[in-house]
Design a protein around this ligand. Structure first.
Ligand code: HT7
Ligand code: ZN
Length: 859
């Protein structure tokens, strides 16, 4: 298939004043009538009239009331149209029951629902299905279900008017036997908004947290961004079969049940936190995505990067900024760095695609969010607020571009952002090499930036890198607070001197130098708060890392020092077959026992780098990672940590118990995180006795899965696995956990076998994306199991991807990224993975989605 190019953008030749849709629902034969008022777009080049349409049976079409016979192809239709305003009408028939791709109108366990982003609306009716065509919609739904929902405000049963012009990708319809859990919100200007979460009967007791998160999101967007909600009602629907997390359709958000339904008994702390973030994310899209949308899909980061940044700010405000920043960076490194350093690397704003669904990536979302964070750091908080106000004023109702976005920052702050724009077009993770010098009382930090070649782009120009730096004195006190250095050159040095105000960045404005005794060399804390999405390379001793772990005032860098130390220890164990370093073990004992630190922070500090992280680090240093060796080193280090920390662990485990009823709020969740971290280590000493007791006593899902995880990690827990199934086999969301835990925690040599037998289980409904991800994704996440030398993991995943690809290409293609790191490994593993990818590419129903992914990975 021909790629679509950013450079080829042209505006649609017509503007749409109104869309009227009528749905006559039937599972195998839904009729959709459309009436669209169009007029020539004076700003568009001359073109043939083309409407997208796929898998539609055209019954009839009319222009200005006259029957016509358009030319229909697999992708759409063309016909002659008047050179004046006209009305297009059509009736089509579609088959929601047969729609297993879950794009367009489909059925999920008897319920009708839609997913139109990115290009699903063309499977509902003929339409210019592109985000720059915005129009108000009126919808009438006829069907037997008691609940008939669409976008906008309700007008009558099954009738909805959405006054806000929107692109077709934000259209939604839901029909089913649903129950609402309701509340209301009064906006800052006094407007009452009805809030509903619609669920299947029986799920009503899992909506309270989502509703509360929604109200907090609405308030936060008013307080922090000055954005109010703009309809009379905000509906959320929980759907069991869904390709992603959730969708921000105007006034009718549709959620994967997993991302909205929660009760203490069925959802973990992590689930609650994720639900809060996703509810916020989809709600925030109302302004950043819906009121201001994207001109074309190349601009996806315009709405996604910004909305992720906003949901990260929100979660930080609701919980802990430090803990959230660490978690966001863990995610960025785990998913985006992996992508940016492999065959699927692409710019935050891609320049070509074959299938746009393949570009809803960590790069567009997470790196996109990092770019907003860097912009904010560069222009300051006030500059950021002014730029955002200008963005909303200037572009409300627009389908905008990254150029528009950067221009509001330039106009609001007077800065030239032309160099910053490279972040949007240059893929790859910059390496930031740092060295230090200390001479005549002047301390100098020198940096060199270098971004490795990425597919199709060998040479990179220097980018603007905000480097947040603080300096610590020998006694551990901070002698220079965080200062943002702006690196713009390939190589650049920054000098600091000791002044009457302490250490300051040298320059004309710097305070006067202190005369007298020469100062001591300070210790730098660099890239505080992870101020740029780069890999920092520097020579640093374990002792200095230990010093930073003890003294750094920046919580991110404090954690980062511990993480770097752990990485150093693991790499040394792997490459030099050494025993775990005592310095690291002592440092961890101190952190674990430091009750002045937030328990959630301590839990994160005790965690080890992922096996994937270590594999990438080995590969970067020119070595071939062996997944089994990495796994074994992790196990030894955990054993050593458990033995070294044992005296402290039981008191921590006891002290972190949360008395009283379960609460998902951050304080208790942090205590449980530390408690379960301690339990994981303790189980290595007590053979799982405490974990068994916790499992027995657990009255919430966090404790239940925490205990079971600790047992599975030491290859125990058979009885608990059975008990878990007996208790939860009727609950789809909880049963996903049961599948996922067993396979992701299986020993490397057993993982594929465990996955095989679970795939035979009667509850393995592979057509449900959540269940498929739990099992097949669970194996892919079990790094050493997936990469086991037998190749059984590769084969299992490939076989299932082939099977899924013919039913649900979007989810299958996303999961093919299990193979994206294939070039890191030894020749045997590379051969086996290549063979499996070639097998996928050769299957007889290969989708465009999967075809593009495999081509990019193999190229
Ligand atoms: N904007 C949405 C992205 C999306 C999606 C969601 C569900 C199913 C298929 C989808 N394709 C694209 C979700 C978001 O970023 O908020
Ligand atoms: Zn989004």
């Amino acid at each position: 298939p021909q790629p679509i190019l950013l450079a080829d953008y042209t505006a649609f030749g017509w503007l749409i004043d109104q869309v009227e849709l009528e749905f006559h629902l039937a599972p195998r034969a839904t009729r959709v009538l459309s009436k669209i008022s169009l007029r020539p777009n004076p700003d568009a080049p001359a073109q043939d009239f083309f409407l997208h349409g796929e898998e539609l049976r055209l019954i009839w079409a009319k222009i200005n009331g006259e029957r016509i016979t358009p030319e229909v192809s697999k992708t759409g239709l063309t016909c002659a149209v008047p050179d004046a305003p006209f009305v297009w009408e059509a009736e089509v028939e579609i088959d929601p029951q047969d729609n297993t791709a879950l794009e367009g109108l489909y059925m999920s366990r008897g319920m009708y629902c839609t997913q139109c982003e990115a290009e699903g609306f063309r499977k509902i009716t003929f339409y210019p299905d592109r985000p720059d065509v915005m129009a108000p919609f009126k919808v009438r739904i006829f069907g037997e279900d008691p609940v008939l929902l669409s976008n906008g405000n309700p007008v009558a049963q099954g009738e909805w008017h959405d006054p806000w012009p929107k692109p077709a990708y934000l259209f939604a319809l839901v029909a089913g036997d649903l129950r609402a859990v309701s509340s209301s919100f009064t906006t800052a200007s006094g407007k009452d908004v009805e809030l509903n979460i619609w669920v299947r009967p029986g799920d009503e007791d899992r909506c309270d947290y989502g509703l509360d998160a929604l109200k907090r999101s609405m308030k936060w967007d008013e307080d922090v961004y000055g954005r109010e909600y703009d309809l009379d009602v905000f509906n959320i629907v929980a759907v069991d079969d869904f390709n992603m997390g959730a969708m921000e359709n105007k006034g009718l958000n549709i959620f994967n049940s997993k991302c909205v339904l929660a009760s203490p008994e069925t959802a973990t702390d992590a689930d609650f936190a994720r639900i809060e973030a996703i509810i916020a994310h989809e709600y925030f899209h109302n302004w950043t995505g819906n009121r201001i949308t994207c001109r074309d899909w190349f601009q996806l980061c315009l709405k996604e990067g910004l909305t992720v940044f906003r949901d990260q700010q929100f979660s930080g405000d609701m919980r802990s900024h430090a803990v959230h920043r660490i978690q966001d960076v863990l995610m960025l490194r785990g998913r985006q760095f992996r992508e940016d350093n492999g065959p699927l690397a692409h710019p935050v704003r891609p320049e070509s695609y074959v299938e746009i669904n393949n570009f809803y990536t960590a790069t567009v979302y997470e790196k996109g969010a990092e770019l907003i964070g860097m912009l904010k750091r560069l222009v300051g908080d006030d500059g950021y607020s002014q730029a955002l106000d200008l963005y909303f004023d200037r572009h409300d109702g627009d389908a905008a571009t990254i150029e528009d976005w950067l221009k509001v920052f330039e106009d609001a702050t007077g800065r030239d952002l032309s160099q910053f724009k490279r972040w949007y077009s240059q893929p790859g993770t910059p390496r930031l090499h740092m060295s230090e010098a200390f001479e005549d009382g002047t301390y100098t930090l020198s940096f060199a930036q270098d971004t490795p070649p990425t597919p199709g782009q060998d040479v990179k120009d220097p980018q603007v890198i905000p480097i947040a730096v603080g300096l610590l004195g020998a006694n551990g006190n901070e002698v220079m607070p965080t200062t943002v250095l702006e690196m713009t050159e390939a190589k650049q040095s920054f000098s600091f001197r000791n002044s009457v105000e302490g250490w300051v960045l040298d320059g004309p404005a710097a305070a006067e130098r202190i005369s007298g005794a020469a100062p001591e060399k300070p210790t730098p804390s660099v890239l505080r708060h992870f101020s740029a999405p780069v890999i920092l390379e520097r020579d640093i001793t374990p002792e200095t890392l230990g010093f930073l772990l003890s003294h750094d005032t920046d919580p991110f860098n404090k954690w980062e020092a511990g993480r770097a130390l752990a990485k150093h220890v693991l790499l040394t164990m792997i490459t030099q077959s050494t025993q775990p370093d005592a310095l690291y073990l002592d440092a961890m004992a101190q952190v674990a026992a430091d009750s002045a630190l937030d328990p959630a922070f301590r839990a994160l500090a005790l965690g080890l780098p992922s096996q994937d992280d270590i594999a990438q680090a080995l590969f970067d240093s020119g070595q071939t990672p062996d997944p089994q060796v990495i796994y074994d080193a992790g196990q030894s280090l955990r054993d050593a940590l458990a033995a070294h920390l044992e005296p402290a662990l039981a008191p921590i485990y006891d002290a972190m118990a949360c008395p009283g009823p379960y609460s998902p709020e951050a304080g208790d969740a942090g205590k449980r995180a530390l408690r379960h971290g301690a339990l994981g280590l303790l189980s290595r000493c007590d053979g799982g006795a405490r974990a068994e007791a916790l499992y027995q006593a657990a009255d919430n899902m966090t404790d239940q899965t925490g205990a079971l995880t600790s047992l599975l990690a030491i290859a125990k827990g058979g009885d608990q696995v059975q008990a878990f199934y007996d208790q939860w086999h009727g609950d789809r969301l909880v049963l996903d956990k049961w599948f996922g835990m067993q396979v992701s925690l299986a020993k490397p040599d057993q993982a594929a076998q465990v996955a095989h037998s679970l795939a035979e289980h009667p509850d393995f409904d592979w057509t449900n994306p959540n269940r498929f991800r739990a099992l097949i994704g669970g194996l892919a996440m079990n790094t050493a199991g997936f990469h086991h030398e037998s190749g059984a993991g590769y084969q299992f995943v490939a076989d299932w991807l082939i099977r899924l690809d013919s039913k649900n290409p979007q989810t299958a293609a996303r999961m093919s990224t299990a193979f994206e790191t294939w070039r890191r490994f030894d020749a045997d593993r590379q051969d086996m993975m290549r063979e499996q990818m070639q097998k996928i590419a050769a299957h007889d129903k290969l989708s465009r989605d999967m075809g593009e992914m495999i081509t990019r990975m193999l190229d």
